[in-house]
Design a protein. Structure first.
Length: 94
C-alpha cells in the first residue's frame, strides 16, 4: 500500500502511520492535526533532555518502519483505510 493510496482513502490518514505506533509502541502522545500530513507533538511542560532524546529515537524508529511497505504500521493504516472505503461505498449505495 502506498502513501498515494492512503491519501485516496482519506486525507488525514497518512499521519496515522506515525501517530498510532508512537503511542502503541513508545507511549508518546502525538496527534494528526489538520491537513497536509501534519503531526502535532504534545510534550510535557517539564520535558528533560533525556526524554527529548528518547522521543527522537522513538520517532526515528517509527519513521524507519514507515519506509517499507511491509512494516507493521502499514497493517494498522490498511485496516483504517479499508473501513473508510467501505463506509464511503455504503453511503454512496444508499
Amino acid at each position: 500500500m502506498s502513501a498515494r493510496l492512503i491519501r485516496m482513502a482519506s486525507e488525514g490518514l497518512f499521519p496515522q502511520l506515525v501517530v498510532i505506533p508512537l503511542h502503541r509502541d513508545h507511549g508518546v502522545i502525538t496527534m494528526a492535526a489538520g491537513k497536509n500530513d501534519v503531526i502535532k507533538l504534545l510534550p510535557p511542560l517539564t520535558l528533560s533532555e533525556p526524554e527529548a532524546h528518547e522521543f527522537l529515537a522513538a520517532l526515528d524508529a517509527v519513521l524507519a518502519d514507515c519506509h517499507g511497505a511491509t512494516g507493521k504500521n502499514w497493517g494498522v493504516v490498511r485496516d483504517i483505510a479499508t473501513a473508510t472505503l467501505r463506509r464511503r461505498a455504503a453511503a454512496v449505495g444508499r
